[in-house]
Design a protein around this ligand. Structure first.
Ligand SMILES: Cc1cc2nc3c(=O)[nH]c(=O)nc-3n(C[C@H](O)[C@H](O)[C@H](O)COP(=O)(O)O)c2cc1C
Length: 285
C-alpha cells in the first residue's frame, strides 16, 4: 500500500467520528467540495491491504427522494460516496479500508458521514451508476455538515446502542482466545487496539477480534449469522474488517510503528464455528 490520504492526529479523529444522520440543509463550501473531489481522485489510485483498488464514485443527490438504510433515515445529506467492487471477500475488505480512510479525512474537515450498507437495493442509485461486469455497490457513505440530532436519529442511536463499545476483554486476547487482555496489559499497542475498538460497524456488531502473539496482531472476524442474509447480497461484515484494518494501520503508522498486513494464520484454536482468520499485522522490525 503506497500512501494514505489522512495525515495527522489520527487517533483524535477516530475518537471524534460518529455517524451523522441529520445534516444541515446547506451545500458544502466550494473548498470542501474541491477537497472531496481531490481525495476521491487520489483514493481511486490506492489499493487496500489485499492489493485491490476499489472504485469510489461521487453522486449528486436529489435529497427529497432519498430514503436510506434498513434502520436509518438520513436527512439532508449533500452527497454520497458510492463504494463499488466485485463480490469477493478481499475486494470488500479493501473497499472498507479505503472508504473508511475517506470517512476519517472528512471527519478531519468537520464534515459528517454515515456508512450505509443495508437496503442499498432500494436506492435509486442503482440506475445512476454504470456497473461493469460483476461489479456491485457494496456500501455508500453520506456526507454533509452535521446538524443538531433529530428525535429519530436519537432513537436509532439508542436502538443500536451506537455509542457503546464492547469491553477490551471481549475483543482482544493474548496467545489464544482463552486469555482476554485488559486495557493496561500491553501499553505499546493499546492505542492501536483502542482505534479498532472505536471503529464503526454494521449494526454496531463490532465483529473484529485480535489475538496478540509472537509480536504480531492476528485479526479475526466473528461473523453475525443474522447479517449474512441473501437479502443483502454480500457479507457486509467484511467492510467492518476493512475499516478495523484501516484504523489499526493508520494509528500504528502515526506512532512511528510502520507495519504491514500478512497472511500468517497462527492456527490458534477457534472459540466457535463463526469466527474466521483474516490477516496478521506485523510492525517493521
Ligand atoms: C458497513 C457498515 C454498514 C452500515 N450500515 C448502516 C445503515 O444501513 N444505516 C445506518 O443508519 N447506519 C449504518 N451504519 C452505521 C452503524 O450503525 C454505526 O457505525 C454504528 O452503530 C456505530 O455508531 P457510530 O458510527 O456512531 O460510532 C453502518 C456502518 C457500517 C460500518
Amino acid at each position: 500500500m503506497g500512501c494514505t490520504v489522512v495525515e495527522n492526529n489520527i487517533l483524535e479523529i477516530i475518537r471524534k467520528r460518529s455517524s451523522v444522520r441529520t445534516y444541515a440543509d446547506r451545500p458544502l463550501d466550494p473548498e470542501d467540495e474541491r477537497q472531496i473531489n481531490e481525495l476521491l481522485r487520489i483514493s481511486n489510485e490506492l489499493s487496500g491491504p489485499f492489493g485491490n483498488i476499489p472504485r469510489l464514485e461521487l453522486v449528486p443527490v436529489n435529497r427529497e427522494k432519498m430514503k436510506t438504510g434498513t434502520y436509518g433515515f438520513v436527512k439532508n445529506y449533500q452527497g454520497l460516496i458510492v463504494g463499488i467492487c466485485r463480490n469477493f471477500r478481499e475486494e470488500i475488505i479493501d473497499l472498507g479500508y479505503r472508504l473508511e480512510e475517506l470517512v476519517l479525512k472528512l471527519t478531519e474537515l468537520e464534515i459528517g458521514t454515515c456508512w450505509m450498507a443495508g437496503g442499498l437495493k432500494k436506492f435509486p442509485l442503482q440506475s445512476m451508476i454504470q456497473l461493469k461486469d460483476e461489479e456491485m455497490i457494496a456500501a455508500v457513505v453520506s456526507y454533509g455538515y452535521p446538524e443538531k440530532k433529530r428525535l429519530m436519529e436519537k432513537a436509532i442511536k439508542m436502538l443500536i446502542r451506537s455509542n457503546t463499545r464492547k469491553a477490551w476483554g471481549e475483543l482482544f486476547f493474548k496467545g489464544d482466545f482463552s486469555h482476554p487482555i485488559e486495557n493496561d496489559d500491553c501499553p505499546q499497542i493499546s492505542l492501536c487496539l483502542e482505534a479498532v475498538r472505536l471503529a464503526p460497524s454494521a449494526s454496531n456488531r463490532q465483529p473484529w477480534r485480535v489475538v496478540l502473539s509472537d509480536g504480531a496482531a492476528h485479526l479475526y472476524l466473528q461473523h453475525t449469522p443474522a447479517l449474512q442474509s441473501e437479502r443483502l447480497g454480500h457479507d457486509i461484515q467484511y467492510l467492518d474488517i476493512g475499516i478495523a484494518m484501516c484504523h489499526l494501520q493508520l494509528v500504528c503508522q502515526e506512532l512511528g510503528e510502520g507495519g504491514e498486513w500478512y497472511l500468517e494464520d497462527p492456527n490458534i484454536e477457534l472459540p466457535n464455528d463463526h469466527i474466521e482468520y483474516i490477516a496478521t499485522f506485523r510492525t517493521k522490525q
